[in-house]
Ligand binder design. Structure first.
Ligand SMILES: CCCCCCCC/C=C\C/C=C/C(=O)SCCNC(=O)CCNC(=O)[C@H](O)C(C)(C)COP(=O)(O)OP(=O)(O)OC[C@H]1O[C@@H](n2cnc3c(N)ncnc32)[C@H](O)[C@@H]1OP(=O)(O)O
Length: 292
């Protein structure tokens, strides 16, 4: 059933991509999508795309921002010349501050479920992508930001920043598929330590436990990501993809088979008075911190 739905979505998107590509293709390097908050470029010669997040002040993931990301990811997924995508940030010192907390604080119920569904879709697209995906983490990357990075095939991070699933620090619970993604990356013991305590790790700490694959100076992160991508693209594509799918399919299926229930659980949980209170206090502290 899930596979049938994915196939029909794929054929629909292929038609759309075919149309938009003929309009957008101008030169070897072309912009597949450009808005104020998201720029996606594709190099036809190498098949490498770059997706640059640019939603000031902190690239927090709102409903609209994630919708834009999802459309771009789907386009790249079905663009036959595209072989890999590097995800990075255009905002100095911040990769992504994770979910937009304002979406969860005193929300309208309908928007809240739409928000969560869109987040699920983003993860399913990224974690399940046929493309080689590399996160060039050029800034802090808490919670949802870490999820984006962990969903990629490879992570390169610059020193001086933090990454981790810090949800418990906000009085909220990391969703099971956030935890699954982290377990897939660093194993269950390290995940338990990191998630229970809501640890935000330095780049070096993250590299030590395998949450990050390579540490490179900030000014080399873009070139290093491209070089790393080139090495991934040398591997026979079908062998690499089937291997990725074999490893990731059970993790993806776990959410695919309970998407609706997960939306419902999240909405019930987020609407609890105690959770709203925690989120309110956390937001207040973020603002206070700014004044200090
Ligand atoms: C029964 C089980 C059911 C399961 C239910 C599951 C529920 C689980 C739900 C959700 C999972 C949650 C995932 C998340 O991603 S939550 C978000 C976590 N993110 C954070 O905690 C990051 C918070 N931000 C920071 O730490 C810092 O802002 C920073 C390090 C990213 C950047 O620091 P700095 O450059 O100093 O900027 P400021 O702190 O000054 O921030 C600027 C500005 O931006 C606002 N802001 C920051 N982060 C967020 C955010 N995530 N969402 C919304 N707004 C954010 C901040 O408040 C400032 O605003 P301003 O004062 O108006 O300028």
């Amino acid at each position: 059933m899930a596979a049938r739905m994915a196939f029909s979505r794929l054929t629909r998107s292929l038609c759309e991509v075919g149309r938009s590509r003929s309009l957008l293709l101008q030169s070897a390097r072309w912009v597949t999508s450009a808005s104020k908050t998201l720029t996606v470029t594709m190099d036809d010669k190498t098949g490498i795309a770059e997706m640059s997040l640019n939603r000031p002040p902190v690239n927090s993931l709102s409903l609209e921002f994630m919708t834009e990301i999802n459309i771009a990811l789907e386009k790249l997924e079905h663009e036959k010349f595209c072989r890999g995508v590097i995800i990075t940030s255009a905002i100095p010192k911040i990769f992504s501050a994770g979910l937009d907390i304002l979406e969860m604080y005193q929300p309208k119920p309908e928007r809240l479920s739409e928000f969560w569904k869109t987040l699920q879709d983003m993860w399913l697209l990224l974690f399940g992508s046929r493309l080689t995906t590399i996160a060039a983490i050029n800034g802090h990357s808490p919670a949802g930001g870490a999820l984006v990075a962990m969903s990629c095939d490879y992570r390169i991070m610059a020193p001086g920043f933090n990454i981790g699933l810090n949800e418990t620090q906000l009085g909220i619970v990391p969703p099971f598929w956030f935890i699954d993604t982290m377990m897939h990356t660093i194993g269950s013991r390290q995940t338990e330590l990191c998630c229970q305590k809501g640890l935000m790790l330095s780049t070096e700490e993250a590299a030590r436990i395998g949450l990050v694959d390579k540490v490179v100076p900030l000014d080399q992160i873009a070139s290093e990501a491209k070089a790393e991508m080139q090495s991934w693209l040398k591997i026979p594509v079908a062998a690499k993809l089937i291997t990725k799918q074999t490893i990731r399919a059970p993790i993806l299926e776990k959410l695919q088979t309970r998407q609706e229930a997960d939306v419902q659980n999240f909405c019930n949980f987020a609407m609890k008075d105690s959770v709203q209170k925690s989120l309110g206090m956390y937001l207040e502290n973020l603002k206070k911190k700014q004044k200090e």
